[in-house]
Structures are given as C-alpha cells and as structure tokens.
Design a protein around this ligand. Structure first.
Ligand code: BMA
Length: 330
C-alpha cells in the first residue's frame, strides 16, 4: 500500500514489476512499442498521445501523422490500455455553436477530466503554433474552445483540478520552428477563457546537459501528498540534432510555480531501437500518465522517435525517494 497519490484505485492499468537487477526509478514495458508503423489506414505514425481511464476501460486522444505528413488528432478506445482501436477518421471538431471548426494541424495532445467534462489540450495552428483547447462529454461531439494563448507556444498542460479557485495551465513559449530554447510557465484562469498571472516555473540548463536546450511539461500532473508530480521532457542539442529525454519534478501543491525537487539526471532517455530509430530519432516524449492510487503504480505513456507509442512504469514512493536523493533545483 502507498496512498501517496491522491486519486482513485485503478488496478487494471498496464503494469509490470521492476525487472530484477534494474537500478533505475523508471523501467519500460516489455511489450513496447504498443503502437507501431502504419497502425490504421489513415495514419502512418501514432505517438505523443494521451490516454485516460473511463468506466473500467480506456479512451485516448492520439496524435496521428497522416500519410501527407500532417499531424491530426484521432479518438480511440481500449479494454486494456495496450491494444487500441483508433479512428478510423480524425476527430471532427465543432465550435461552440455546433458548426464545423476543423484544426489545420494538431499535435501532442494531453487529455483529462475535470468534473464531468473531458478536455483535450494540444498544439494548435493559430496562424502559428499555439495552444488549442477542446472539450467533450460523450466522445461524440468535440467542441473547440478559445485558444488559451497566442503564438508561439507549445506543451500546454492543464491541471486536473482548480487550485486556489483557478484553473491552471503550464505552457512553453516558443518560436515558429523547432525552438532552440524553452522554459515552463504557469498561468491561471477563472473560466478557461481568460488567462493571466503568468509565472515562471522552471527552465532549461543546470548541470545536466540532457535538459540544457529546452524543457516542456509532459503529462497532466499527478496530485500526491507531497506535491504535484510532473513528468517533463528535457532536450539536448547534439551534432545529430535534438535528443528528447524524460525527467520528473515535484511542484508545490498550493503554488505549483514553486519547484520542490527536480531530477538531476534523466529518468528515461532514448536507448531502445524504437526510441533511437524512427521518423525523428532519439525522442522520448511523455504525454500521459495513469495511476493506481492505493499501490502508487504509475504507467507513463510516451511517444518514441515520433513513430511509436510506448509505456514505462514507476512506483510513486520509490520515485519520490529517488527524486529527493538526486535533485537539482535551479
Ligand atoms: C517537438 C514536437 C514533438 C516532437 C519533437 C521531436 O517540437 O514537435 O511533437 O516529438 O519535436 O520531433
């Protein structure tokens, strides 16, 4: 038993015990990757996607790059969160009056439930990359809401509940390209429409070169008795381009702009062939996590090499102990 995570029991999330002899805080699913090349007729690659438990089963918002190369969001379902039925067509967004309101491109979704509504946050084209926000209650009608931020911005991550009476969103201001810089900021809103009170949370750099170029928030933060547990991506710039690894940070529960701990070293970096080789090699990009609160088991969903969907596991108490012993806050 753990009870460090504040949340529901979800004993049917994917899980494997840590392999014998593994000294890492995070380990990979032996069945990785769970989604491979050309998984459905309308998508060449499905990766950087977000999944959620729903009524004993699972639903997901998937980043699917179509055969014309364009990133689009698809909805999917699964009984076990490993084998997915996705699409067959992209999500058909409508505006708040119910009229068609398609995205030009859409990528890197985060998916969450607040009260009785499911929200998807993604990278949207608002005459330049920015944050998109949409909602659904039934997975049939998907309604786009006003863009929370103007370009250029990416990696919008909404908190799973209001804090101090306000909705909170992390984001990473960027540029029109592949952005050779990037820090994480926190913004708040009374109504998911008007955003302000922007605060710096954490930046690139530190002693770890793995996150020396940029950082971006990953999955929806997990509420624990010790703070908000946030997985994030840290990027290093090498002779062969960017390398995306995964880190973890713990944010203050009442003021998540305060970083309490932050992993000095990456907790997962591209090592396996499905991470080091693909459409964009050397990318591990986390967009979702699911957890079983009583046991503290966490399944992290990450995109691998902009091609595959993969899962890694950690246990919250072991991870927090690791973070406290190996932290660098800067
Ligand atoms: C980022 C985003 C991610 C992608 C990563 C590596 O800028 O576009 O979707 O995984 O680059 O290509």
């Amino acid at each position: 038993m753990s009870n460090t995570i504040i949340g529901k029991a979800l004993p049917n999330i994917p899980w494997e015990d840590k392999p014998k002899g593994c000294i890492d805080a995070v380990w990979r699913f032996s069945g990785n990757p769970v989604i491979g090349w050309n998984p459905i007729p309308k998508a060449a690659r499905i990766f950087n996607s977000a999944v959620l438990p729903h009524e004993g089963k699972f639903v997901g918002a998937f980043r699917a790059d179509q055969r014309n190369g364009r990133a689009t969001l698809f909805f999917g379902r699964s009984d076990d969160a490993i084998h997915w039925q996705i699409g067959p067509d992209p999500i058909e967004w409508v505006d708040e009056d119910g009229k068609p309101n398609p995205t030009s491109y859409a990528y890197d979704p985060r998916f969450l439930k607040i009260d009785d509504t499911f929200y998807i946050v993604w990278c949207d084209d608002m005459h330049g990359a920015s944050i998109g926000l949409g909602k659904t209650k039934d997975f049939k009608t998907f309604t786009r809401l006003p863009n929370p931020f103007i370009p250029f911005n990416r990696n919008g991550v909404l908190f799973p509940r209001k804090v101090g009476g306000k909705y909170l969103m992390l984001s990473r201001p960027s540029d029109s390209g592949h952005t050779p810089f990037g820090n994480i900021y926190l913004s708040e809103s009374p109504d998911l429409v008007h955003w302000g009170k922007h605060r710096f949370v954490m930046g690139s750099g530190g002693k770890g070169w793995w996150q020396g170029t940029k950082v971006g928030a990953g999955p929806v933060p997990i509420e624990t008795t010790e703070g908000w547990l946030l997985f994030y991506h840290g990027v290093s710039f090498t002779c062969n381009g960017f390398v995306y690894s995964i880190g973890a940070t713990l944010l203050d529960i009442d003021d998540p702009s305060k970083v309490l701990y932050r992993t000095r070293d990456y907790i997962l970096t591209p090592e396996k062939p499905y991470e080091t080789t693909g459409f964009v090699s050397n990318v591990a990009f986390p967009c979702a996590n699911m957890y079983d609160a009583p046991s503290g088991r966490i399944a992290i969903y990450y995109g691998a090499a902009d091609t595959y969907t993969a899962i890694a596991f950690t246990q919250v108490d072991d991870l927090l102990a690791y973070m406290k012993a190996n932290s660098e806050v800067f």
